[in-house]
Design a protein around this ligand. Structure first.
Ligand code: ATP
Length: 371
């Protein structure tokens, strides 16, 4: 198991009267690729800036290798930041951009700098570009040089603030894979900020999902995707049908809920609602991954019965909308014969057990705390 590197302990941050970070606690291990994921304005960049020392914290502590760094100036913290706009020096060529940090810090002689720049260029696969000026590089290449320029300083942590945001979709997808490989090769801890769930799921060892300054869930991509801890995470990650249901009593090994006029059974391990405490007909939320659902003409156990209202063929993916007693459910299937299902067909809708989650309706924004 990797060594504990950074501990963020109960930090709070206010801008004026706005409570921006609310009791944020995170443990980050050496060598991890960890992503802060959440909607715009939820406080991701503020966390990075607090780690970098560019913002102070109002309470709590930040420990690097067990030592508090909260009162250290930014240049005394061994962390580097890569921004979306690269922040390369336009008047310097690639070599001098990468060599800039060690030269300013006088941490290496020119011989060592030459060797390190060559290593960095190899790491980001940009050998031979030493003499290019930055305006002669593509967006993806500039981003790689920005990363090389940060990594040459051998930071304990590299902070990356939406570094792929300015790239077009195709290049962004390519760079996601590149970055994930590069991080493992560089053996440097990456703390990455994005609001793009696909980016987070693709690259990270662990994801921290945030909303309104509150950490909602920390886990591996698989955990966050399949076992979302609350309604916010379930709504933010993946494409799910999210429906209010009436909670019925626990029956044997199953919990039963009512959607429209149909009763369906959920395994207790797929429910975060305490059925024993529920009074009959209390409401909860059923969240089902669209791509873990199936439709069929034949009746299947534990399914809903409805009528197809819309079929959309998008390459290998077929999106079907089914009306179940006035509730519209979207089903995404990948292997389905074209023309099997048509608008107006009566069908049964079911899902894999792991596709569904029953969640309490709750406030996850920390608004109960002092503002
Ligand atoms: P995005 O994805 O849009 O970059 P984010 O999750 O990184 O968003 P932050 O930049 O951390 O969000 O901002 C969190 C909140 O703090 C926002 O409401 C923002 O307006 C506010 N904020 C950030 N910096 C300041 C500042 N210097 N003064 C006042 N408010 C600020």
């Amino acid at each position: 198991m990797n060594e504990q590197l950074l501990s963020i302990i109960n930090i709070n941050k206010y801008f004026g009267k706005s409570h921006i970070l609310k009791d944020v606690t995170l443990d980050i291990k050496d060598g991890e690729f960890i992503t802060l994921l959440g909607p715009s304005g939820c406080g991701k960049t503020t966390i990075l800036r607090c780690i970098a020392g560019l913002e102070s914290i109002d309470s709590g502590d930040i420990l690097l290798y067990g030592e508090s760094i909260k009162d250290l100036a930014p240049n005394k913290r061994n962390v580097n930041t890569v921004f979306q706009n690269y922040a390369l020096f336009p008047h310097l060529n690639v070599y001098d951009n990468i060599a800039y940090g060690p030269r300013i810090k006088k941490s290496m002689g020119e011989g060592e700098i030459k060797k390190s720049v060559a290593e960095m260029l190899e790491l980001v696969q940009m050998q031979g570009y030493e003499k290019r000026m930055t305006h002669q590089l593509s967006g993806g290449q500039r981003q790689r040089i920005a990363i090389a320029r940060a990594l040459i300083n051998k930071p304990d942590i590299l902070l990356l603030d939406e570094p792929l945001g300015a790239l077009d979709l195709k290049l962004r997808k390519y760079m996601q894979t590149e970055l994930a490989h590069l991080q493992k090769q560089a053996e440097t801890t990456f703390i990455y900020v994005t609001h793009d769930q696909e980016e987070a799921l693709n690259m990270s060892d662990r994801i921290v999902v945030m909303n309104e300054g509150v950490v909602q869930q920390v886990g591996t991509p698989g955990d966050i995707y399949n076992n979302s801890k609350n309604l916010f995470v379930a709504g933010f990650i993946g494409d799910r049908n999210i429906k209010e249901v009436k909670v019925l009593q626990k029956k044997g090994d199953f919990c039963s809920v009512k959607l429209g006029n149909s009763v369906i059974y959920i395994k207790p391990d797929r429910s975060l609602v305490d059925h024993d405490k529920c009074s009959e007909m209390e409401t909860a939320v059923l969240a089902v991954h669209m791509d873990k659902m199936k439709i069929s003409h034949e009746e299947v156990p534990n399914s809903l019965y409805g009528q197809i209202t819309f079929v959309h063929y998008a390459g290998s993916q077929i999106k079907t909308e089914v009306d179940v007693d006035g509730e519209l459910l979207t089903v995404i299937e990948y292997q389905n014969d074209y023309g099997n299902y048509n608008i107006g067909d009566k069908v049964y809708v079911s899902w894999e057990e792991t596709g569904a989650l029953l969640l309490p309706k709750e406030d996850t924004t920390g608004r109960g705390q002092d503002e």
